[in-house]
Design a protein around this ligand. Structure first.
Ligand SMILES: Cc1ncc(COP(=O)(O)O)c(C=O)c1O
Length: 400
């Protein structure tokens, strides 16, 4: 008897989770493993946010809320969009979900018909193609090379759009490359989108606050207000406020789409956790200085990792403007043999040998639809990062 439905065959289990699981198993077996594979801040949630959650529990805010979120959080999200990006969303144009991931899931499932296409710049976050595929859509990946800082070129977007294109998904700053788009970078992309009035735009700005050396990532609607009527502006608390486990994401979108997402969510998870929503109100409305402190640490770590990786033979590492990832190329390592006799034929064999021989867990580029590279998350203690990069240098030096 066949247990699972055909729709499950359209998707893959998350490869980033698979690597993290293997690293945990090696560690449990007594190996000294440094994992740089997780996409979450190593910082604790700021104290004022935790206290807001405790107060919510004590005040009995433990019941169902409106599906699209509490009035207080929708208002706070609307104010966040106005404050940070000059966007004018009314609370009824806001939906709160269980993580940004559920916002993406809701938007794709609520709108994609079988055979519709979603244009996704690659390298991309592991979940985009699978969520599109689950909704019976076809992901159309547009390669963005390291030569252009892993940023999408407007002409490549134009060439990828067909009459079947329903969505264009942009992640700014990007997981896994850290590539970030300023307002000037987005202008030509918006011009292409203006010429294709049937394409909806999903702007995943979840790493917006994590940008370095004064770089300011922009969002699509602020650059081109004419796209507002067909854009989802998504953000959340996971990355900026070190709140991955609290599961709060939100988006501004046209009312018709918010209603469609609300309908879908009402038959799945209902509302995001009432306690997490109360905490998110404090995150958005309360003091913002914890972000600056975390960004300063990430900035130092990025500089350390990029310089140490570029000193490893066979690796070239681009210095990105945002998120907490780097995505080095390993072209100079391919075809070589490791100290223990493993052949490095591609990015997957590279990360496997690196984990087994040096105890450093990173994720291979193919997981992000872009082989020949690997991803490091530098949301890890600085001393561990230094040790991990020293091991990577040794691993590369020992290739012959
Ligand atoms: C690009 C991107 N978008 C969205 C998410 C979803 O985050 P969450 O569901 O925790 O809000 C992540 C998390 O890793 C991500 O990397």
């Amino acid at each position: 008897m066949h247990l699972t439905a055909a729709r499950l065959d359209r998707i893959n289990p998350s490869l980033t989770i698979a690597i993290a699981t293997k690293a945990r198993a090696l560690r449990a077996a007594g190996h000294d493993v440094i994992s740089l594979s997780a996409g979450e801040p190593d910082f604790d949630t700021p104290e004022n946010i935790k206290q807001a959650a405790i107060r919510a529990i004590e005040a009995g805010e433990t019941k169902y809320t409106d599906v699209s979120g509490t009035p207080a959080l929708r208002q706070a999200a609307a104010e966040k969009f106005r404050r940070d990006s000059g966007l004018d969303y009314r609370p009824e144009e806001i939906i709160v979900s269980t993580g940004g991931k559920q916002v993406i899931f809701n938007a794709m499932l609520a709108t994609i018909e079988a055979g519709d296409e979603a244009v996704i710049p690659a390298p991309c976050w592991v979940s985009y193609p699978d969520i599109v595929a689950l909704a019976e859509g076809n992901p159309v990946l547009v390669p963005c090379s390291q030569n252009h800082g892993f940023k999408l070129r407007a002409e490549d977007l134009d060439a990828a759009i067909t009459p079947k294109t329903k969505w264009f998904l942009l992640n700014n700053p990007c997981n896994p490359t850290g590539a970030a788009y300023s307002a000037a970078d987005l202008r030509p992309i918006c011009d292409v989108l203006l010429r294709h009035p049937d394409v909806w735009v999903f702007s995943d700005d979840i790493y917006e606050k994590l940008a370095y050396d004064g770089f300011r990532p922009a969002t699509v609607v602020e650059v081109e207000p004419k796209l507002r009527a067909r854009t989802v502006t998504m953000n959340g608390c996971s990355k900026a406020y070190a709140m991955t486990g609290w599961r709060i994401g939100f988006a501004g979108a046209p009312v018709a789409l918010v209603k469609a997402m609300d309908k879908l969510q009402s038959q799945s998870t209902t509302n995001a956790s009432s306690i997490s929503q109360a905490a998110a109100v404090e995150a958005l409305n309360g003091p913002q200085d914890s972000i600056g402190r975390m960004v300063q640490v990430y900035n130092e770590r990025r500089d350390l990792v990029v310089s140490m990786l570029n000193a490893a033979p066979g690796i070239t590492c681009h210095k990105p403007d945002g998120a907490f990832y780097v995505f080095p190329a390993i072209h100079g390592c391919i075809g070589k043999t490791s100290r223990n006799g493993q052949t490095i034929s591609d990015d997957e064999s590279f990360v496997t040998a690196l984990l087994e021989e040096e105890g450093v867990a990173v994720v291979h580029g193919a997981a992000f639809m872009y082989p020949g590279h690997f991803r490091i998350s530098y949301a890890t203690a600085t001393e561990l990062l230094r040790e991990a990069c020293t091991r990577i240098q040794r691993f590369c030096r020992n290739l012959s």
